[in-house]
Design a protein around this ligand. Structure first.
Ligand SMILES: *[C@@H]1O[C@H](CO)[C@@H](O)[C@H](O)[C@H]1NC(C)=O
Ligand SMILES: *[C@@H]1O[C@H](CO)[C@@H](O)[C@H](O)[C@H]1NC(C)=O
Ligand SMILES: *[C@@H]1O[C@H](CO)[C@@H](O)[C@H](O)[C@H]1NC(C)=O
Ligand SMILES: *[C@@H]1O[C@H](CO)[C@@H](O)[C@H](O)[C@H]1NC(C)=O
Ligand SMILES: *[C@@H]1O[C@H](CO)[C@@H](O)[C@H](O)[C@H]1NC(C)=O
Ligand SMILES: *[C@@H]1O[C@H](CO)[C@@H](O)[C@H](O)[C@H]1NC(C)=O
Ligand SMILES: *[C@@H]1O[C@H](CO)[C@@H](O)[C@H](O)[C@H]1NC(C)=O
Ligand SMILES: *[C@@H]1O[C@H](CO)[C@@H](O)[C@H](O)[C@H]1NC(C)=O
Ligand SMILES: *[C@@H]1O[C@H](CO)[C@@H](O)[C@H](O)[C@H]1NC(C)=O
Length: 507
């Protein structure tokens, strides 16, 4: 695309530009509308078991979301049961849906971490919904904590007309959605005034309960005008209106349907039109980039240029694509501080990507500095840290990919691989010792590993041992998150401001 396109290549360019735009046009509508923590605060009998159940349920959410855009999962550890439910708005596509839920899963931790004894939480985004609780709530449509959230700006035009339109939209959508599979979008455009709306019931709420739930939001939402936006947030449904068209018309913009395909053929005939399209698209893409830059700036402050110019920084989008959106099939395992995925970078290089349980936004500068220091460590018996991603919805670490399983797999877990020869075992013992000696004594950083175990010794193609997961203690500052080696090398992490323990022991 650097030289001027020849007329013959123009249609191709338009096509690829459209395709490209469709790939990176990501708006999961993951703006937070409300986080509602459960106010049932009787003490939990066993926080640790509860946290394990919670993690179990949350882990089961993503594969389901990926397959069907909603998820209902149960975690059972000890005497504690945790239920989790997640669903995307139906007009969102799969990629945006994954993104929205990924963000929600990180943010809902605020409900468990900040409020001692909290037994549940609901997080409403404009694009998706996530809830967990300690009782069976899947068929619940109304709850005492349901709420209405109105916008802040007043509508400027004829307010009587506006009010009438909002009321009519509420009535119509709440009647349509229950008979339309629980989802309906639409607009009322009368006089000078347009109002757009979306109504959705969660998948496990049946027709009559859906009707009941939306009637309830439709009545409450009437209190929002003259505000330009309003949302009704219930246990079983979601309703939103706005003066802007905020939903996708069931499909995404830039997806090529019949009408647009004709447009493309037209564009091919008239290359001037096509060129105009390209320019508009370029302007659009640059704008998208600027929007993303400002978002990053807000998050990273002074660090933004350093991070963006660093080869240690990987973009979230790139890593997401490298792992097929963290698809179950690319999952390598569950490590001490998050799950690990195999990814293929655009240049074909395989990497291992660790998805951290924590968001590092509160201590980004520390985190990034540490990643830089640890990335400098280069020793044949240590797994090399290549970099990280800190500007996306989740924090990720990128390691070199070690193909030949862990020592634990070879010695105990896998039955169908030949046993290691004594020669190889000797090599592994010496190599591991060399790696540890380097970490503890020879490197400038003097890292104490604190969690050496068989699963942390990985084997390369030629059975060279490589120690993984070192430096984790350095990555998490003492004041924010405390990591210590618990019994039998299992990691326990204390959330800030609470004593909520999340056992993160590897499998
Ligand atoms: C589960 O609860 C029962 C009775 O309430 C109790 O006897 C048992 O010890 C509990 N189990 C665990 C693992 O806490
Ligand atoms: C939801 O289902 C559970 C178990 O099936 C039942 O006990 C409960 O009464 C149901 N709730 C409503 C509102 O019907
Ligand atoms: C929880 O909050 C709702 C409304 O905010 C209230 O109606 C309900 O009584 C509260 N429940 C408890 C157990 O405090
Ligand atoms: C439409 O609204 C604009 C401002 O919102 C107002 O200036 C204009 O007069 C209105 N037109 C009609 C036909 O009501
Ligand atoms: C606003 O709309 C109402 C109802 O449609 C109409 O009766 C009224 O004349 C309008 N007011 C203005 C200032 O246009
Ligand atoms: C809303 O419903 C009423 C009555 O069913 C109908 O007359 C009206 O046209 C509907 N409005 C829209 C915008 O669909
Ligand atoms: C819908 O669900 C509610 C509560 O879960 C139940 O009482 C009702 O009988 C169900 N209705 C139908 C038609 O299944
Ligand atoms: C919901 O409201 C409509 C009218 O707005 C009414 O016809 C219907 O019976 C109501 N449904 C329920 C379950 O309350
Ligand atoms: C959007 O959806 C509405 C109703 O489903 C339909 O009438 C309209 O033509 C659609 N608009 C576009 C641009 O596809």
């Amino acid at each position: 695309m650097h030289s001027l396109p020849s007329p013959a290549s123009v249609p191709l360019l338009v096509f690829s530009a459209l395709f490209f735009a469709a790939l990176c046009f990501c708006d999961p509508r993951a703006n937070e509308v409300d986080l509602i923590c459960s106010n049932r605060t009787t003490p939990l009998p066993d926080r640790r078991a509860f946290a394990t159940s919670f993690a179990e349920a949350m882990d089961a959410v993503s594969p389901q979301i990926n397959a069907q855009q909603y998820a209902s999962a149960v975690g059972r550890a000890g005497n504690n049961t945790v239920y989790a439910f997640a669903e995307c708005m139906e007009d969102l596509d799969r990629i945006d849906c994954d993104l929205c839920i990924a963000r929600a899963k990180v943010q809902i931790l605020r409900c468990s971490a900040l409020q001692q004894g909290t037994r549940g939480g609901r997080l409403f985004y404009d694009g998706c919904y996530l809830r967990y609780d300690d009782y069976y709530f899947f068929n619940e449509s109304l709850s005492p904590q349901d709420t209405t959230v109105c916008g802040t700006e007043d509508f400027g035009g004829n307010q009587t007309m506006f009010m009438n339109n909002v009321v009519e939209l509420g009535r119509n959508l709440s009647l349509q959605a229950p008979i339309n599979g629980g989802f309906s979008v639409g607009s009322v455009i009368r006089g000078n005034v347009s109002v757009y709306g979306l109504a959705q019931c969660w998948k496990l709420v049946n027709g009559s309960e859906c009707q009941n739930c939306l009637n309830n939001t439709a009545v409450r939402i009437d209190s929002c005008p003259p505000k330009k936006e309003g949302r009704g947030l219930n246990a079983g449904c979601y309703f939103m209106y706005s003066t802007e068209k905020f939903y996708y018309n069931n499909t995404k913009p830039f997806q090529i349907n019949e009408g647009e395909r004709r447009l493309i053929i037209l564009a091919a005939v008239s290359s001037t039109l096509a060129l105009l399209l390209i320019i508009a698209l370029a302007a659009f893409l640059i704008r998208m980039k600027l929007v993303r830059k400002t978002r990053e700036k807000k998050q990273l402050g002074l660090l933004v240029d350093v991070v963006n110019n660093s080869k240690r920084n990987f973009s979230y989008e790139l890593l997401e694509k490298a792992t097929s959106y963290f698809h179950q099939s690319s999952k390598l395992g569950q490590g001490g501080s998050g799950s690990v995925y195999k990814g293929i970078l655009p240049d074909g290089k395989p990497v291992a990507i660790k998805r951290l349980v924590f968001n590092t936004t509160q201590w980004v500068d520390h985190f990034f500095n540490e990643v830089n220091l640890i990335s400098d460590i280069d020793h044949k018996n240590l797994v090399k840290l290549l970099g990280c991603s800190i500007t996306g919805p989740e924090s990720l670490l990128v390691y070199e990919y070690i193909p030949n399983l862990s020592l634990h797999d070879h010695l105990f877990a896998k039955k169908n691989i030949p046993p290691l020869s004594w020669e190889t075992r000797c090599k592994i013992i010496l190599g591991t010792a060399e790696g540890l000696a380097y970490l503890h004594e020879e490197s400038n950083l003097r890292i104490i590993h604190r969690d050496i175990k068989l699963t942390n010794v990985l084997l390369d193609k030629d059975f060279t041992p490589k120690i993984a997961d070192f430096g984790l203690a350095r990555l998490f500052p003492e004041d924010a998150t405390h990591i210590s080696t618990g019994v039998a090398g299992t990691l326990y992490v204390t959330f800030p401001l609470s004593q909520f323990h999340l056992p993160l022991g590897s499998a």
